[in-house]
Design a protein around this ligand. Structure first.
Ligand code: HEC
Length: 148
């Protein structure tokens, strides 16, 4: 738990203090696009940490990471204002033609991360495995349809 705090703090800073000096894999991204890329990168790191934590039944670490993912997905739509996919964004136009469906997949990520928090709080490893698997499936479902 304690060791993960700096990671969370760092991702919070990345989300709130985006400066021109921030180095990005997608240099050239600015504004909200850059913010959401940072948020998704943090989500990817959380998934990596969760993989080890679920395997090790490290419920404190699971709770920390799943809570941070739940917060990210609870706010996801805010990071996709209409038409915000100028290059180098990989977001597809169909997001805004189909925003209800896009939102429904974000809801699946919210639900799965909330289930993962609950599983961690009740030290239930089988439930944690299921929720982690649902969460991973929700990432893939959205990327398959809405990302280049
Ligand atoms: C509701 C849709 C949706 C869900 C759910 C979703 N993503 Fe994404 N993700 C996107 C879109 C759209 C982009 C492209 C954003 C852009 O380039 O503007 C993206 C981009 C990314 C990127 C690339 C960021 C970068 O630097 O360009 C990563 C990494 C990523 N997502 C990880 C994840 C992980 C991990 C999950 C699940 C825990 C997840 N995503 C769930 C829609 C989603």
């Amino acid at each position: 738990m304690r060791a993960l705090k700096p990671v969370l703090a760092a991702s919070t800073i990345a989300l709130t203090l985006i400066t021109p000096a921030t180095v990005s894999a997608h240099s050239g991204a600015t504004g909200i696009v850059k913010e959401r890329m940072e948020g998704f990168k943090a989500a990817k790191r959380s998934m990596k940490n969760l993989k080890g934590a679920v395997r090790a039944s490290d419920f404190n670490a699971i709770e920390t990471e799943a809570t941070s993912l739940n917060a990210w997905f609870s706010d996801l739509e805010r990071y996709f204002p209409e038409g915000s996919n100028a290059k180098p964004s990989e977001a597809l136009d169909i997001i805004w033609q189909d925003f209800d469906e896009f939102s429904a997949i974000a809801q699946q990520s919210r639900d799965a991360s909330a289930n993962l928090v609950n599983a961690a709080q009740s030290s239930n490893q089988p439930a944690a495995i299921d929720a982690f698997s649902d969460l991973g499936a929700s990432c893939k479902a959205c990327h398959d349809d809405y990302r280049e």
